[in-house]
Design a protein around this ligand. Structure first.
Ligand SMILES: Cc1cc2nc3c(=O)[nH]c(=O)nc-3n(C[C@H](O)[C@H](O)[C@H](O)COP(=O)(O)O)c2cc1C
Length: 329
């Protein structure tokens, strides 16, 4: 049954979703997620206590996290029943943002496999509207709320407003699609102030999501500053900034398997450098059971993905969880 679902999604992706223009494929995929009660199928929910992990002291039924991209609570609710141990909201900003104009997402074929480049630009309803939306979202698995801002004050505002609705709070300092957010990594001294302020704004476990484009700064200044401020979880990481003339902004964030080698290397280096003081979420290019196993064996506490959810479909979570269980035998 799992194998059949895998083959079926591969055929759907190859035959339809990857052929439609992105502007039609994205709403179609999201419509399907909202409307089709996939989460009622038992194949998506292998419950097994051997898969449980803790992240910042919060119990996750398994170490798979849906990475930040969706803010629609109907989709997040569905995703919570599709095998993930936690799901993440899109990064929310103080006010509503329309995001960048179309084209803001394109598919890309790399030598490593299919990926995406996006310049979404944080299209989101803004803090106040999103608080109302989150109030109606039951947590079938833990929810990670994600905050983005352009000043320490903005982060504090969003973290304080969202934290009651999340089990963990992620601070996004790394999306390459808005100049001011991406540039945080080149201002480590100011980041320290952001971390300290965010730490005071919530008692929930905090995650800092870093950029693969700033490896040295991450290791030498950003993560040490986070640890000093009392933030013990790092998500490595976000998309990598690339030029992409097809996008409205002529540049965007690359996601998918081309990121994986660097993700794995980052996990290894961070584990070695920060040992058990740091909990690591591996993100970037995980689109197969083997890659998830490699990231976890390299020292990640959890691994998360978004592009794999699109290219391999919801069944990928089940395939990874089966592989994790098989590896423990
Ligand atoms: C269309 C799109 C929108 C995204 N929006 C966010 C966001 O709001 N906040 C964030 O931290 N990451 C965002 N990401 C980055 C993903 O969460 C993830 O870190 C990145 O895609 C690398 O993982 P992957 O290779 O598994 O996709 C977005 C990615 C895509 C493709």
């Amino acid at each position: 049954m799992v194998r059949a679902a895998d083959l079926l999604y591969r055929a759907l992706y190859r035959g339809l979703l990857s052929r439609l223009p992105e502007r039609a494929a994205v709403p179609l995929g999201q419509w399907g997620l909202r409307r089709l009660p996939l989460d009622r199928l038992p194949i998506f929910r292998p419950e097994d206590p051997r898969l449980e992990v803790t992240l910042g002291g919060v119990r996750l039924p398994n170490p798979l996290i849906l990475s930040s991209m969706y803010y629609d609570t109907a989709i997040l609710h569905r995703a919570m029943g599709l095998g993930f141990g936690a799901v993440t909201t899109k990064s929310i900003t103080p006010g509503p943002r329309p995001g960048h104009p179309h084209p803001n997402l394109v598919r890309i074929e790399t030598t490593h496999g299919p990926g995406l480049v996006n310049c979404n630009g944080f299209s989101n309803p803004g803090l106040e509207a999103y608080r109302r939306a989150l109030a109606g979202l039951p947590h079938r698995v833990p929810l990670i709320v994600s905050a983005a801002g352009e000043s320490a004050e903005e982060y504090v505002h969003v973290v304080s407003g969202l934290e009651e609705f999340g089990d963990l709070v992620e601070i996004n300092i790394s999306s390459p699609n808005t100049r001011l957010v991406y540039e945080w990594s080149s201002r480590p001294a100011e980041l320290k102030r952001v971390f300290e302020a965010a730490r005071k704004a919530t008692a929930k476990p905090l995650i800092v999501k870093v950029s693969p484009d700033y490896r040295q700064a991450n290791e030498e200044t950003i993560i040490p500053a986070a640890l000093e401020a009392g933030i013990g979880i790092v998500n490595c990481g976000n998309t990598r900034r690339v030029e992409e003339p097809r996008l409205s902004q002529r540049a965007g964030g690359l996601s998918g398997p081309a990121l994986f080698a660097a993700t794995l290397e980052n996990v290894r280096r961070l584990r070695q450098r920060f040992d058990n003081r740091l909990e690591i979420i591996a993100t970037g290019g995980i689109d197969s059971p083997d890659k998830a196993l490699q990231a976890l064996s390299a020292g990640a506490r959890a691994c998360s993905y978004f592009t794999g959810f699109i290219t391999r479909g919801p069944i990928l979570a089940r395939l990874i969880l089966d592989a994790l269980l098989a590896a423990r035998k």
